[in-house]
Structure formats: structure tokens, C-alpha cells
Design a protein around this ligand. Sequence first.
Ligand SMILES: C[S@@+](CC[C@H](N)C(=O)[O-])C[C@H]1O[C@@H](n2cnc3c(N)ncnc32)[C@H](O)[C@@H]1O
Length: 219
Amino acid sequence: MKKSLEDHATRFDEKAGEYDESKSDEYRACANLVIEHAAPEVDDVVLDLGTGTGAIALALAPDADRVVGRDISEGMMEEAEQKADDEGLENLEFEYGTFREPEYDGPVDVVTSNFAMHHLSDDEKREAIDVIAGLEPRKFVLGDVMFFGEPDSDAPFYSPEVDDPATVGALADAFTDAGFSLTAVERVHDQVGVLVAERSPTAADADEVGDPDDPAADA
Ligand SMILES: C[S@@+](CC[C@H](N)C(=O)[O-])C[C@H]1O[C@@H](n2cnc3c(N)ncnc32)[C@H](O)[C@@H]1O
């Protein structure tokens, strides 16, 4: 991380009021793909990390049982709460939590994150992906600044002094090492994309489905 958590939180607190008005076409396309791929079921709990002013959380709330938003900027989350109130949405909660310490240990079906994980270094992203895998979601949909090829230093889609995007390859390795399978890769721009990672069923999951010693139990 090129800046501390506190520096990032202060930076986003300061821009929270205008944040929703300064969106690029690539950001919108990325957010729409995250929402489309997240596609929660009615009884799903969604955890949205780096939730900001709630673009993803609010869009998913009507389709999910509950949406848990986590961020380090109270200012950004105050905007999200205001929008949830304005829209009459009651199945959302916004509280402090980081990628590596989301401060949430309840059940999670779908994890989402849009345009936020690029603040972490590659090692920190790897740690975050491990923490997220430990929550045992069925799916993690990550939209973010990420490099599909060599980044164009003349036209960076990010601020090199504060952001630290990964290559798609590094992210794919981290997901795979954490037990996810990549099931979709969407390229929005050379430096923006969406990855859909689904959790490979573990032996424990198989036991939940049925007792392998008693195949008739599943019949
Ligand atoms: C560019 S905004 C994106 C917000 C929202 N996801 C969206 O799509 O509009 C990035 C957000 O990530 C948050 N953030 C940065 N580093 C974080 C971290 N380590 N853990 C959790 N949130 C973080 C910031 O406070 C900010 O609200």
C-alpha cells in the first residue's frame, strides 16, 4: 500500500460529497458488470468490500437478503447510508472494515468489490483474497483497475502515487491459490476489468451435501 489506511480514509472522506458526480464510462461499465455477475439469490448475504458510497451495495440490495458494506472512510459510508434511506432500503449495513480485516464473520454467499482493491500492494491483495476465501463465499466478483497488458505510462487509468494495480495474471494466481476458479474475465479497458472467481467445492462442502459413506442419503 503506497499510503496508509488512515491516509486513504482521509482522502476519501474529503471527496465523499462529490464522489458520485465524477465517474468515467469505464467505471460505469465496470460497476455494471460487477452487479450483473454478482446476481445474488433472494436469500443471499452479499459482502461489498471498499463499498464507498454504496454503488454496488445499493444496486444489489433489492435482490439479496442482506448486504453488508465495509469501508475505511466514514464519509463515503455516510453518503451510502443517506442514499439507502432515500431509496427506502432497509437490508443494508455499512461499518468500518478493511479488505484484510473485514470485521465480519457471519455467513456470506457473494463477495463484491469495485474500484477499491487497487489501493493494496500485490502481497496485500493476496492476503485479502485469502481472508475472503476463508469466509467461504460461493463467488467473489472483483471489478478494478488491473493490467491486461503493459500499462501505458502516458495514459495511466490510475494515480501512480496512491494506487497500485495488479496484472490480471497476478490476480488470477492469487484467486487460484486461495481455492477459487476463475469463471469469467471481462476486459473493459486495457487497465480495467472484472474477474469472477467461484469457490471450488471442498471436502467439507461435499459432506454438507450428503454423507459419502451413504450415497443413498442423497438419492
Ligand atoms: C474508488 S472508491 C470505490 C467505491 C465503490 N466500491 C464504487 O464502486 O464506487 C474506493 C473505496 O475503497 C475504500 N478503501 C480503500 N482502501 C481500503 C481498504 N484497505 N479496505 C477497505 N476499503 C478501502 C476507500 O475508502 C473508498 O471508499
